[in-house]
Design a protein around this ligand. Structure first.
Ligand code: MEV
Length: 313
């Protein structure tokens, strides 16, 4: 038997813009996807998916998940599962919905288990590469931020190298820990759809989009300093600004906007959608664990799934 795991993630700043080389800030969260791999009884790579998930999520992504295995195998593993079959059970405490890196976490967890079972001795870099390759099945042209968080965890400043070279990935230190809530709209939307939509609109209106992209870059650079200084009020304001920019590129959703308003009305210092958007999760920042808990209960009383997370110690 072999095992593997991958962290969920929360993008604090810069999703979508990051695909085009803009700066971004994201963190691994303690919720994980975990895999148990055993020898299979029938030829092939059998997946049994037991992850907790939003309604329809597992079914919607089943095909992409199979494709992710093929992509990882082609790029890194080079195995013949008809000759050496495996059965993979996927579970863990990461509640899967769009926006928390569930797809990358599933790829990274599978890659770790395959590496252990077949004695591939994959390095962390190679595991991360598997995450990127596999995530292509879900996101089309992923920036690499999701698999990086999923592999290494921690809080990072990330910038994709558009020339195919090494991405910038700096570990960030926080002036103060962050008490955050991740709240799921319950709506599952394919990341690729959201990313493709941005690309189309950007091509139709390059000047307008360039202005928004420049603003987004400024927000992330300011956020990096505010996080280091522990200036949570400023971090919150910048999250609000980031949400507006994401609304401008039309990847938010009325349900996300509702949750952003709801958490702000319940003492969030700032709130925004997180990840691909058009559904999925939003993220809100709180001054302390008490206000975080009160807002979590309000969201839960309205029937939303909530992840309570603390970034930094
Ligand atoms: C998805 O979690 C984040 C996006 O920026 C896509 C990507 O970076 O690959 C929307």
């Amino acid at each position: 038997m072999a095992t593997g795991s991958g962290f969920g993630k929360a993008i604090l700043f810069g999703e979508h813009f990051v695909v085009y080389g803009n700066a971004s800030i994201a963190s691994g969260i303690s919720k994980k996807t975990e895999v148990i791999l055993v020898e299979g009884t029938e030829p092939g790579f059998k997946i049994i998916d037991k992850r907790p998930a939003a309604e329809g999520y597992i079914e919607k992504y089943a095909e992409a998940q199979r494709e992710s295995v093929e992509l990882m195998n082609k790029a890194v593993w080079h195995l013949d599962f008809d000759k050496t079959p495996v059965e993979v059970t996927i579970a863990g405490d990461l509640y899967c919905a769009s926006g928390v890196g569930a797809s990358a976490a599933s790829c990274v967890a599978m890659a770790r288990a395959v590496s252990e079972h077949f004695d591939l001795n994959l390095s962390e870099e190679e595991i991360n590469k598997c995450g990127l390759e596999g995530d292509k099945a879900y996101a089309g042209t992923p920036s690499g931020i999701d698999n990086t968080c999923s592999t290494y965890g921690g809080l990072i400043f990330f910038r994709k190298n558009l020339d195919g070279g090494e991405n910038q990935m700096d570990q960030l230190t926080l002036g103060k820990p962050l008490n955050i809530l991740l709240v799921s709209t319950g709506i599952t939307t394919k990341t690729k759809l959201a990313v493709d939509g941005v690309r189309e609109r950007k091509e139709q209106d390059p000047e307008e989009y360039e202005i928004v992209f420049e603003e987004a870059e400024k927000v992330v650079i300011q956020a990096k300093d505010a996080l280091a200084e522990g200036n949570l009020i400023k971090v919150g304001q910048l999250m609000d600004e980031n949400h507006e920019l994401l609304q401008e590129i039309r990847v938010s959703h009325p349900e996300l906007d509702h949750l952003v308003d709801l958490t702000r009305d319940n003492d969030a210092l700032g709130a925004k959608m997180t990840g691909g958007g058009m559904g999925g999760y939003m993220i809100a920042l709180f001054a302390d664990a008490e206000t975080q808990e009160e807002a979590a209960r309000v969201c839960e009383s309205e029937g939303y799934k909530v992840i309570r997370a603390r970034i930094g110690n």
